[in-house]
Ligand binder design. Structure first.
Ligand code: NAG
Ligand code: NAG
Ligand code: NAG
Length: 169
Protein backbone atom coordinates (compact mmCIF):
# COMPACT_ATOMS: atom_id res chain seq x y z
CA UNK A 1 0.00 0.00 0.00
CA UNK A 2 2.70 2.46 1.14
CA UNK A 3 4.88 1.32 -1.72
CA UNK A 4 2.20 1.82 -4.34
CA UNK A 5 1.48 5.32 -3.05
CA UNK A 6 5.16 6.17 -3.38
CA UNK A 7 5.07 4.71 -6.86
CA UNK A 8 2.16 6.98 -7.72
CA UNK A 9 4.02 10.05 -6.41
CA UNK A 10 7.15 9.14 -8.37
CA UNK A 11 5.22 8.53 -11.57
CA UNK A 12 3.20 11.73 -11.22
CA UNK A 13 6.37 13.73 -10.59
CA UNK A 14 8.01 12.19 -13.64
CA UNK A 15 5.07 12.91 -15.90
CA UNK A 16 4.81 16.52 -14.69
CA UNK A 17 8.58 17.02 -15.05
CA UNK A 18 8.62 15.65 -18.57
CA UNK A 19 5.75 17.90 -19.60
CA UNK A 20 7.28 21.04 -18.12
CA UNK A 21 10.89 20.51 -19.20
CA UNK A 22 10.05 19.14 -22.59
CA UNK A 23 8.42 22.22 -24.09
CA UNK A 24 10.63 24.36 -26.31
CA UNK A 25 9.98 27.94 -27.31
CA UNK A 26 10.26 28.31 -31.06
CA UNK A 27 10.70 31.78 -32.54
CA UNK A 28 8.69 31.71 -35.75
CA UNK A 29 10.94 33.06 -38.49
CA UNK A 30 14.01 32.59 -36.30
CA UNK A 31 14.02 35.72 -34.12
CA UNK A 32 12.14 37.81 -31.59
CA UNK A 33 10.49 40.03 -34.20
CA UNK A 34 10.44 37.91 -37.32
CA UNK A 35 6.75 37.68 -38.14
CA UNK A 36 7.43 40.07 -41.02
CA UNK A 37 6.92 40.18 -44.80
CA UNK A 38 10.64 39.88 -45.65
CA UNK A 39 11.12 36.46 -44.03
CA UNK A 40 11.09 33.28 -46.09
CA UNK A 41 8.90 31.13 -43.85
CA UNK A 42 8.93 28.01 -46.01
CA UNK A 43 12.72 28.04 -45.92
CA UNK A 44 12.64 28.61 -42.15
CA UNK A 45 10.07 25.91 -41.38
CA UNK A 46 11.87 23.32 -43.51
CA UNK A 47 14.80 23.58 -41.08
CA UNK A 48 12.75 23.10 -37.90
CA UNK A 49 11.95 20.11 -35.75
CA UNK A 50 8.93 21.06 -33.73
CA UNK A 51 7.32 18.68 -31.29
CA UNK A 52 3.98 18.28 -29.57
CA UNK A 53 3.96 20.53 -26.49
CA UNK A 54 6.29 23.18 -27.96
CA UNK A 55 5.32 26.84 -27.97
CA UNK A 56 5.44 29.00 -31.07
CA UNK A 57 6.40 32.62 -30.54
CA UNK A 58 5.18 35.25 -33.00
CA UNK A 59 6.94 38.59 -32.54
CA UNK A 60 5.61 41.47 -34.63
CA UNK A 61 4.41 45.04 -34.78
CA UNK A 62 0.76 44.73 -33.79
CA UNK A 63 -0.12 47.98 -35.56
CA UNK A 64 0.77 46.37 -38.89
CA UNK A 65 0.43 42.63 -38.56
CA UNK A 66 -1.65 39.87 -37.05
CA UNK A 67 -1.57 36.09 -36.81
CA UNK A 68 -4.44 33.79 -37.58
CA UNK A 69 -4.49 30.03 -37.41
CA UNK A 70 -6.25 28.70 -40.51
CA UNK A 71 -6.72 25.36 -42.23
CA UNK A 72 -4.83 24.16 -45.31
CA UNK A 73 -7.33 25.78 -47.69
CA UNK A 74 -7.04 29.12 -45.93
CA UNK A 75 -3.25 28.89 -46.01
CA UNK A 76 -3.02 28.06 -49.69
CA UNK A 77 -5.50 30.71 -50.80
CA UNK A 78 -4.57 33.34 -48.18
CA UNK A 79 -8.18 33.32 -47.07
CA UNK A 80 -8.86 34.37 -43.49
CA UNK A 81 -12.63 33.86 -43.65
CA UNK A 82 -13.50 31.14 -41.18
CA UNK A 83 -10.09 31.19 -39.48
CA UNK A 84 -9.62 28.72 -36.64
CA UNK A 85 -7.99 30.98 -34.05
CA UNK A 86 -6.89 34.58 -33.78
CA UNK A 87 -3.47 34.45 -32.13
CA UNK A 88 -3.02 38.24 -32.19
CA UNK A 89 -2.77 39.93 -28.83
CA UNK A 90 0.11 42.30 -28.14
CA UNK A 91 2.67 41.35 -30.80
CA UNK A 92 4.61 38.96 -28.57
CA UNK A 93 2.16 36.15 -28.84
CA UNK A 94 2.53 32.47 -28.16
CA UNK A 95 0.66 29.41 -29.30
CA UNK A 96 1.12 25.88 -28.02
CA UNK A 97 1.04 23.05 -30.55
CA UNK A 98 -0.72 20.09 -28.97
CA UNK A 99 -1.13 17.66 -31.87
CA UNK A 100 1.22 15.93 -34.29
CA UNK A 101 -0.08 17.49 -37.49
CA UNK A 102 0.52 20.40 -39.83
CA UNK A 103 -0.49 23.78 -38.44
CA UNK A 104 -1.13 26.75 -40.72
CA UNK A 105 -0.81 30.44 -39.85
CA UNK A 106 -1.32 33.49 -42.02
CA UNK A 107 -1.32 37.22 -41.67
CA UNK A 108 -4.83 38.36 -42.53
CA UNK A 109 -5.10 40.68 -45.51
CA UNK A 110 -2.60 41.47 -48.26
CA UNK A 111 0.62 40.57 -46.45
CA UNK A 112 -0.26 36.89 -46.75
CA UNK A 113 -0.11 37.07 -50.53
CA UNK A 114 3.35 38.62 -50.13
CA UNK A 115 4.48 35.49 -48.29
CA UNK A 116 3.54 36.20 -44.68
CA UNK A 117 2.27 32.73 -43.96
CA UNK A 118 3.76 29.60 -42.49
CA UNK A 119 3.01 25.89 -42.44
CA UNK A 120 4.49 24.13 -39.43
CA UNK A 121 4.86 20.40 -39.20
CA UNK A 122 4.52 19.16 -35.63
CA UNK A 123 5.90 15.74 -34.74
CA UNK A 124 5.69 13.43 -31.77
CA UNK A 125 8.94 13.47 -29.83
CA UNK A 126 10.99 10.42 -30.76
CA UNK A 127 12.18 8.35 -27.81
CA UNK A 128 15.78 7.88 -29.03
CA UNK A 129 18.07 10.92 -28.92
CA UNK A 130 19.61 12.08 -32.19
CA UNK A 131 22.68 14.36 -32.51
CA UNK A 132 20.49 17.44 -32.93
CA UNK A 133 18.61 16.60 -29.74
CA UNK A 134 21.88 16.27 -27.86
CA UNK A 135 23.09 19.72 -28.87
CA UNK A 136 19.80 21.10 -27.60
CA UNK A 137 20.14 24.55 -29.10
CA UNK A 138 19.74 25.14 -32.80
CA UNK A 139 21.30 28.04 -34.63
CA UNK A 140 19.48 30.04 -37.25
CA UNK A 141 21.34 31.65 -40.10
CA UNK A 142 22.13 34.77 -38.05
CA UNK A 143 23.76 32.57 -35.46
CA UNK A 144 21.31 33.22 -32.66
CA UNK A 145 19.44 30.34 -31.11
CA UNK A 146 16.00 29.94 -32.61
CA UNK A 147 14.92 27.06 -30.43
CA UNK A 148 15.82 26.17 -26.88
CA UNK A 149 15.68 22.41 -26.63
CA UNK A 150 14.91 20.81 -23.32
CA UNK A 151 15.19 17.30 -24.62
CA UNK A 152 18.49 16.39 -22.96
CA UNK A 153 17.18 17.67 -19.65
CA UNK A 154 14.11 15.52 -20.16
CA UNK A 155 16.13 12.37 -20.62
CA UNK A 156 18.12 13.21 -17.46
CA UNK A 157 14.90 13.88 -15.55
CA UNK A 158 13.45 10.55 -16.56
CA UNK A 159 16.64 8.69 -15.61
CA UNK A 160 16.75 10.47 -12.25
CA UNK A 161 13.12 9.57 -11.68
CA UNK A 162 13.76 5.92 -12.40
CA UNK A 163 16.79 5.86 -10.06
CA UNK A 164 14.71 7.56 -7.38
CA UNK A 165 11.98 4.96 -7.78
CA UNK A 166 14.54 2.17 -7.36
CA UNK A 167 15.86 3.74 -4.16
CA UNK A 168 12.50 4.45 -2.56
CA UNK A 169 10.42 1.39 -3.41
C1 NAG B 1 12.14 30.63 -50.07
O1 NAG B 1 13.08 29.61 -49.94
C2 NAG B 1 12.80 28.48 -50.76
C3 NAG B 1 13.75 27.35 -50.40
O2 NAG B 1 15.03 27.83 -50.10
C4 NAG B 1 12.92 28.91 -52.24
O3 NAG B 1 12.64 27.81 -53.07
C5 NAG B 1 11.90 30.01 -52.49
O4 NAG B 1 12.05 30.51 -53.79
C6 NAG B 1 12.10 31.16 -51.49
N1 NAG B 1 11.01 32.11 -51.65
C7 NAG B 1 11.21 33.40 -51.79
C8 NAG B 1 9.98 34.25 -51.91
O5 NAG B 1 12.32 33.88 -51.81
C1 NAG C 1 -11.29 25.31 -44.23
O1 NAG C 1 -12.14 26.26 -43.63
C2 NAG C 1 -13.08 26.80 -44.57
C3 NAG C 1 -13.82 27.92 -43.86
O2 NAG C 1 -14.30 27.52 -42.59
C4 NAG C 1 -13.99 25.70 -45.07
O3 NAG C 1 -14.92 26.20 -45.99
C5 NAG C 1 -13.13 24.62 -45.73
O4 NAG C 1 -13.94 23.53 -46.12
C6 NAG C 1 -12.06 24.13 -44.78
N1 NAG C 1 -11.15 23.24 -45.51
C7 NAG C 1 -10.67 22.12 -44.97
C8 NAG C 1 -9.71 21.35 -45.83
O5 NAG C 1 -11.00 21.70 -43.85
C1 NAG D 1 -7.56 39.46 -34.14
O1 NAG D 1 -7.36 40.06 -32.86
C2 NAG D 1 -6.82 41.36 -32.94
C3 NAG D 1 -6.50 41.82 -31.52
O2 NAG D 1 -7.58 41.57 -30.67
C4 NAG D 1 -7.82 42.28 -33.63
O3 NAG D 1 -7.30 43.61 -33.70
C5 NAG D 1 -8.09 41.75 -35.03
O4 NAG D 1 -9.10 42.51 -35.65
C6 NAG D 1 -8.53 40.29 -34.97
N1 NAG D 1 -8.61 39.77 -36.33
C7 NAG D 1 -9.67 39.12 -36.80
C8 NAG D 1 -9.60 38.66 -38.21
O5 NAG D 1 -10.63 38.86 -36.10
Amino acid sequence: MESSRKMLVVLTTMVVTVHVVNASLVYVGGGKETWRPDVNFSEWSSRQNIYVGDWLYFGFDKKLYNVLEVNKTGYEGCNDMGFIKNITKGGRDVFQVIEAKKYYFINGGGYCLGGMKVAINVENLQPSPSPSLLTGVKQNKNGSPSKFGGHVVTVMAVLTGVLLAWAIL
